[in-house]
Every structure is written in structure tokens, then in C-alpha cells.
Design a protein around this ligand. Sequence first.
Ligand SMILES: *Cc1c(COP(=O)(O)O)cnc(C)c1O
Length: 454
Amino acid sequence: MNGFASLNAALAARDLAHVWHPCTQMREHAGELPLVPIVRGDGAWLIDAEGKRYLDGISSWWSNLFGHANPRIAAAIAEQAARLNHVMLAGFTHEPALQLAEELVRIAPTGLTRVAYASDGASAVEIALKMSFHYWRNVGRPERTRFIALANAYHGETLGALSVSDLPLYRAVYGPLLFDPIVAPSPDWLDAEPGESPDDVARRRLGDLRALLERRARDTCAVIIEPLVQCSGGMRMHSPAYLAGLRELCDEFEVHLIADEIAVGFGRTGTLFACEQASISPDFLCLSKGLTGGALPLSAVLTTDEVYRAFLGDYAANNAFLHSHTFSGNPIACAAALASLAIFREQPVLERIHGLSTRLAVRIQPLRDHPHVAGIRQTGLIAAFDLVADKCANAAYAGSERRGRRFYRRALERGVLLRPLGDTVYFLPPYCIHDSDIDQMVDVAIEAIDVATA
Ligand SMILES: *Cc1c(COP(=O)(O)O)cnc(C)c1O
């Protein structure tokens, strides 16, 4: 065996002896699907044990903003680690946690003045759900126990977050363990009737939501939404008009609005936060993924003074929010987030995202004529389309054909990491990607589409 070429295989074999990977049918790694051992990151690129480079076209699950091993974020992490690794945030505080809270409040939509930390996206969603529920108890409305979630939503894998998610692939098995939300139709613009614009779809879906609220608002705590793009649900997009109307409905019916910007926050949709495109402030804003520039796990829930005040009182009244995670507000993770936000402050990041988005839009244009590509869509630096068996008849491939996985394998062979959601291919690159990398990413994708749909 070639000693060099076996480096990847050797690491993969050791891994497969013990590591249980997320979101993976482990048996497939024993077969023909290679597990890729990464030893180094360099900007938009990942480098495996044999020196092969992969362009990270999906920002490692939508978390990376300014490149792998970004020197500035790495230095902030090292400096903080040498000073203070961790101290529990109950009864103690530290500069990184308070400074990050100040900074988040400064940049977030107005009115969000209180910051609770957690470690992952799903735990931020849990906090938002529990806080909203607990708020209504504290203000004397204990009959409010339900949540409204959108069809095709995704909010994470823990039981509460999964409860308000609507993807059968992840949810169905655990159904008996979950609570049931009230499901409102998604404003996804791909569901447009003939002649409808994205704004028309938004208006129609707001009508549906109003009807739901008229019946159910009395026992509803909050509506939870992924603003502008339902990412895990297949990069399904909607008009900002829906968010604007949703805010009005939530005000009218006195229910909270939870904006899960875990995937779309920090510039991904072209504005720092997606909610800005509708000029709204939610009652709860969930952030994670890009919060640390993708370097470390950290999440935050921002909320209002009004919510915060409802939890003040005598300890015995049991109206405090006693939820905790051991590593809430971890100093190293907060230092990474501060370094990432400093890059936003000091560099024209949003302009750069705009330029990259335009480039991506132009480069994917030719796919419009591809017989097996449908539903091309883009919001900011997220572009997606679906691989279809027959575009004219709007016929999907049978799931068992695993066309998306064929695409993944081919692109990976050619040094580009693009991991479709089923048969939905998407581009979601880090902001440090170069124009020439975008060209290469799309060229490889076009060839991989031909291989996958042959
Ligand atoms: C990824 C994601 C989550 C869950 O975050 P984790 O860190 O994976 O727990 C929640 N909501 C949205 C919109 C996400 O994309």
C-alpha cells in the first residue's frame, strides 16, 4: 500500500472504531462513502491528512464566516485561554461575557437589551421557548402553553427544539417524546400559485396565520420562525413582507415573536440580521453558528427589558429563570465572538458579501437552462436549487436514488465541499472566499450535477 495514500485511510479506520458521527448512517462509512480526516484549515479551504484541499462551499454547516483558522480569532482564543478558560456565570462575570453582551445589544435590532448565553443553537432555542412560556406564567397568563411553528421549519435536535421543527426525517421517530406545536403554512415563495409574486405568497400566508391566531392566540406563547430562509428545510426562502406582517400579527394578538437567526444571522442574507430587511425587532433573537465566526460553540438569546422584568421578584415566588448550561458565556468562546464582531466593525464585510452574492448569482445563471435543475433561488450569500428528474413535469427523483449524495461525492472528489440537503444543492460559502474560488465552486458543481443526474 502506498504509505502516503494510506494516511487518510488510517485515520478513518481509527475514527470508525469509536466515533459516532452526527447526522450520519454510520454503515455508509464502512462502505464506499469516504470519511475525510481534516488536519488543517486555511481560509475557505480545508486540508486533509494527505494534503488534498477542499473548498468549503457550505461554511462547515453554515458557521464559518472569515475562514478556517482565522488568525485574528485564533489569537483572541489563545490569549483568552491563557488568561481565564472558564468560570461559571452564576454569581460571577468576566469581561468577555459582558463586553459581548454590550456589543450584541448595540448591533441587534432595537429593543433587545438582555442577553442569555448557552452553548449550541438548539439550547438557545430551548431558552427562548422556556422563557416565553415562563413569561406568560409570570404575568398571570398560564393558559398560554402552545407555540406556533411554520411548516418545514428546523430549530435544532434537542427535544424542545425538535418539537417546533417540521422535518419528518429528523422528527418522526421521536414523535412520541415531543410536544406538538400549532403548524402554520410556510411562506416559501416556491409555493407560489401561477402569477403570484413572493410578496403575494407572503400576504396569502399571513392571511392563513391570522385565521390561526384568531382561533389559537389565547393559548399561544409565541410564533417561532427562521427569518427569510428555512435553511435545513431545503433553503426555502420567503419575502421580508412576511416578517413585517408577522410582527404586526404578533403585536395585535399579543404573542411573542421568536426569530431563530442561528443560521441567517451575521450577514448571511445580506444584512447583519435578516430581521433588518423587514425593519422589525423580535421579542427573542436566537444566535449561534456564526456568532464566534464559526470557531467555537456559543449561542445567545437576546430579549427585551419587558420580558426580563417579568422574571424579577422574590426568590420564593419561583419566577426566576433557573435554566443553566455549565458553559454559559464561556470566556474563550466570547473572546472568539468579540474578535469576529471586530472584523465586522473594522472591515466592509457587508459590501463584500454583496459583491460575492452578485458574483454567485451571475455564475449560477447558466443552470437555469439545465434540464435537471429547478427552483433556483438566492438570498444574500445563500443560493440553492433542486435536482429534479423532469423539470417540465416538476418531478422529483425518487429519494432512494440518492442523487444528492452522488453530487456530494463527485464534488468532494474534485475538491469542493458541497453537501446537499436531500436533492437540494446549495452554496453557502464563508465571506473570505475569493471570486476565483466561487467560479471554481460553481464549475465543479455544474460538472457534479451532470454526473449525479446522468
Ligand atoms: C443549526 C440550527 C439550529 C441548531 O443549532 P445547533 O448548534 O446545531 O444546535 C437551530 N436553528 C437553526 C435555524 C439552525 O440552522
